[in-house]
Design a protein around this ligand. Structure first.
Ligand SMILES: *Cc1c(COP(=O)(O)O)cnc(C)c1O
Length: 815
């Protein structure tokens, strides 16, 4: 955008106090992440939860001189105020005007899942074809969409925007502001269905976005969606994509051996290799291809673009560096937009000095002088201590950069100069196009202080989930149990990954765990297995779904719902007791239960129970009895309600041993971590967790000398003993000392000798050839396996995992 204060006031009927002629190009709404103060106005957004007005002062402190707000604060001098009646309505009105008067081709993406990833993919494929603007992060709400639209300016030819809703009637408002020429509808799941009476209402609301679209591209695997689109929009160009072969765009006869897939696009075929073969990724790829075709990108180019796509991950990592530096690494791609995001990210860290490593921006069609002028302006705003430019192109524009600037032809040249390793106590941003491989700099600058790590392989989790899914009917939903910090692996990281892969539900034990996930942006429905009374209010506020297992919980929770002023139907889950004797309603309580439920404004989303012994073939008879009780009691309850909630009873080993009892959903836990009691199944699963450390020291112990506390090990011949920096405080039970357990070194097992210490233990490495200090030691992964390790500890794998101390650094691998 590019308006004077006066124009903004005219468009939105606002009042001005101050300088009418200032030019505004950006609107910032978060005072912490203002990346440029020039031509930027700060808007204090008031929502029913929060007032942005308390941040006006910090915005002014940062140098902002135009404030948009519902109230004026006279204590701040030399500030121009744009006074508005309602801050959100103001944004929407301005965005509406701005979009209406822009001349870009626009793509609007809506749906329950996949919006952000598709937007990012489209952007990665299109930004070097057309100057493209997109919503930042997942800005798609009543506030996020207007802010996104306001980024449009004359230099852009294409805009890709996400549109998200969570309540009825929201889409009308958004469609009023933004009517995309190409409408893209991704997967519709029941992720946000809580506020809607039915799936149909949700679909009706979402597709309102396409009222003025010329082309609608939609996921046609969902029959109701297909029906609705055809009913409402038969006069438009509509294209369906999906895994079923009755779509206009689909995948031909599955995937062949060499991992190539063939996509049928009307009467054409396009083949390319795929690395990720899960349904969500394939479906998103179909949507991507359809839109690219719609923009007349030729097939050869489409294949090239798909091949160079990388999964959208958290591109910005913050890493502790040597010499008390903090490294922000973004060596994934480089364009103006991601540069802005990275600069914003810098402002979230409090370090007074900072440096920048920046490479050529590659593959852009636009005029490079203009481009680098804009780059230098953004960079100059940040007042870097030093700037290191890498690449022939950007080096030509050195004089545009006001900081102390040095130039290098390639990354190696910068490494050889040793400039970087001299930096102390700074924030260092590494921002480069992929071909410059500036991740090498990260390796040099990173402080490696974690010898001991718990490595978690996310691809293996996906493999294990898909394996379990392959045993189920295609419509069966899956809940992932992420209680107890996702079995010790990290509840947010695992949940975020699973959400990305369209898991239907997440399950946690306590409200706190669910709240943490919501705060970090997890929107997938979350069930709370053990809702404690003090947490009911928070459960309601964070849109979590409680397990109701007794009349006491039902009454108290419902009281909290009423008190909170929640005026819709609250989703709950009913737990039935079928033999575990832990929590749940018993058969004689069902009449009263159905009666009570009918009187309350709640919706039973599901009825479920839990198996006590699904992993024990010898308890098959008992398990079958549990199924019988569940079938009988859940059917009885459903009969009494006048709607049909979904049902579920299987945990991981239930899925593999009692597949016929899958009902509408299953709950996977240990299975996704790659553990099964059945050896045949175990072979199909991949190991997810690897607990590793390195040898601190190796010493030779003579005959008769002892090792460790209480002299529990005495050498009967001269022995080589390695000390490793892991002890019982890391969550390893002390009972595995004294040769009860062994650890893996160079794929050979080395027995633990002597008592475990708090932070260390010793192993005998006599049998290990060529062993040296610094070598990797495997506490468990393959040799010993997690199961073998649990056996040493005389416990089950679940307890091993959940006992690993939080001080052990978790690292997530994904390729
Ligand atoms: C933990 C849990 C599960 C998962 O069990 P696994 O054996 O790890 O698959 C399923 N359902 C409930 C209610 C649980 O508490």
């Amino acid at each position: 955008m590019n308006y004077t204060v006066k124009q903004i006031a005219e468009i939105t009927n606002a009042q001005i106090m101050g300088d009418k002629n200032l030019v505004i190009r950006n609107i910032a709404f978060d005072s912490r992440i203002i990346y440029s103060i020039k031509n930027t106005a700060f808007i204090a957004i008031n929502t029913h939860k929060n007032s942005g007005e308390k941040f006006i002062e910090s915005a002014i402190d940062r140098g902002i001189s135009v404030i948009i707000s519902e109230h004026q604060y006279p204590q701040f001098e030399n500030v121009t105020w744009i006074l508005v009646e309602n801050s959100v309505a103001f944004l929407q009105k301005l965005a509406q005007y701005h979009f209406k008067h822009s001349h870009i081709k626009s793509i609007g993406i809506t749906g329950s899942n996949g919006k952000t990833i598709l937007k990012e993919w489209l952007y990665q494929c299109l930004w070097n074809e057309f100057p493209t603007v997109k919503s930042p992060k997942s800005f798609n709400s009543q506030i996020g969409l207007p802010l996104s639209l306001l980024q449009i300016n004359d230099s852009y030819k294409l805009g890709i925007f996400e549109v998200g809703i969570s309540k009825p009637h929201e889409m009308e408002k958004l469609e009023d502001i933004f009517h995309p020429e190409i409408g893209l509808l991704t997967h519709i799941g029941n992720a946000h269905a809580a506020n809607f009476k039915s799936e149909e209402e949700l679909i009706d609301e979402k597709i309102k976005l396409f009222k003025d679209s010329k082309v609608i591209v939609y996921n046609g695997d969902h029959l109701l969606v297909a029906k609705k689109i055809h009913e409402l929009y038969s006069s438009k160009k509509i294209i369906s994509y999906g895994l079923k072969n009755n779509n206009n765009v689909f995948i031909k006869e599955g995937i062949t051996k060499d991992d190539n897939i063939t996509v049928v696009y009307f009467d054409e075929e396009i083949s390319f290799p795929v690395h990720q073969k899960d349904e969500a990724t394939l479906t998103n790829a179909l949507a991507l291809i359809t839109v690219l075709k719609e923009l007349n990108i030729d097939n050869q180019k489409i294949i090239e673009k798909i091949n160079s796509l990388k999964a959208v991950e958290m591109r910005l990592e913050a890493i502790e560096g040597i010499k008390n530096n903090m490294i922000i690494n973004d060596s994934f791609n480089l364009d103006l937009d991601s540069l802005k995001t990275a600069l914003q990210f810098l402002n979230e860290y409090k370090k007074s000095k900072k440096s920048l490593v920046l490479t050529d921006i590659v593959g852009v069609n636009s005029n490079s002088k203009e481009l680098y002028e804009e780059v230098s302006e953004l960079v100059n705003d940040q007042k870097f201590d030093s700037v290191f430019l890498i690449g022939e192109e950007i080096s030509k524009f050195t004089e545009l950069f006001k900081s102390k600037t040095s130039t290098f032809l390639n990354t190696q040249e910068l490494i050889d100069s040793k400039h970087l390793t001299e930096i102390e106590n700074q924030l260092i941003l590494l921002k480069g196009a992929r071909k410059f491989e500036i991740e090498k700099l990260k390796d040099i600058l990173e402080l490696r202080k974690h010898d001991t790590v718990l490595e978690i392989n996310l691809n293996a989790i996906l493999h294990n989930i898909n394996y379990h899914k392959s045993l189920l009917k295609s419509g069966t939903k899956m809940m992932a149990m992420v209680k107890a910090n996702a079995y010790g692996l990290g509840s947010y990281e695992i949940s975020e990954f699973l959400q990305h892969h369209h898991i239907d539900y997440l399950g946690v034990a306590y409200a706190d765990e669910g709240i943490e996930l919501r705060k970090k942006g997890i929107t997938t429905p979350i069930i709370i297995m053990n809702p404690e009374q003090h947490s009911y209010e928070a459960i309601i506020e964070y849109n979590l779904e409680p397990e109701i297992y007794s009349f006491r919980v039902l009454e108290l929770f419902y009281e909290a719902v009423q008190k909170s002023g929640y005026d819709k139907i609250y989703p709950i889950h009913i737990k039935l007791e079928t033999g575990m004797h832990r929590l749940g309603f018993k058969d004689f309580e069902l009449d009263q239960l159905s009666e009570t439920l009918r009187q309350k404004n709640v919706k039973v989303q599901s009825i479920f129970s839990h198996l006590s012994s699904s992993d024990m073939p010898e308890e098959k008879e008992f398990t079958i009895r549990q199924f019988d009780v569940f079938e009988k009691n859940s059917s009885y309850l459903i009969e009494k309600l006048n709607y049909i909630p979904i049902r579920h009873i299987l945990n991981s080993s239930g899925i593999t041993s009692y597949t016929d009892h899958q009902y509408d959903m299953v709950r996977i836990g240990i299975g996704m971590i790659g553990e099964s009691p059945c050896s045949e199944i175990q072979k199909q699963l991949q190991s997810v967790v690897s607990f590793k450390t390195v040898i601190s020291q190796i010493s030779t112990v003579d005959t008769g000398e002892s090792v460790g506390y209480s002299r529990r090990y005495k050498a009967d011949h001269p022995s080589r003993i390695a000390t490793i920096p892991v002890g019982y405080a890391d969550g390893i039970p002390r009972l595995i000392g004294n040769q009860t357990g062994s650890l893996g070194v160079n794929k050979v097992l080395a027995p633990i000798v002597g008592n475990l210490c708090m932070d260390m233990m010793m192993i005998n490495v006599d049998n290990i050839p060529n062993v040296k200090e610094g070598d990797t030691v495997t506490i468990f992964n393959a040799k010993p396996s997690l199961k073998e390790f649990a056996d040493y500890c005389k416990t089950i794998t679940y307890e091993v995992l959940t006992s690993i101390s939080p001080r052990v650094k978790r690292i997530y691998i994904k390729d």
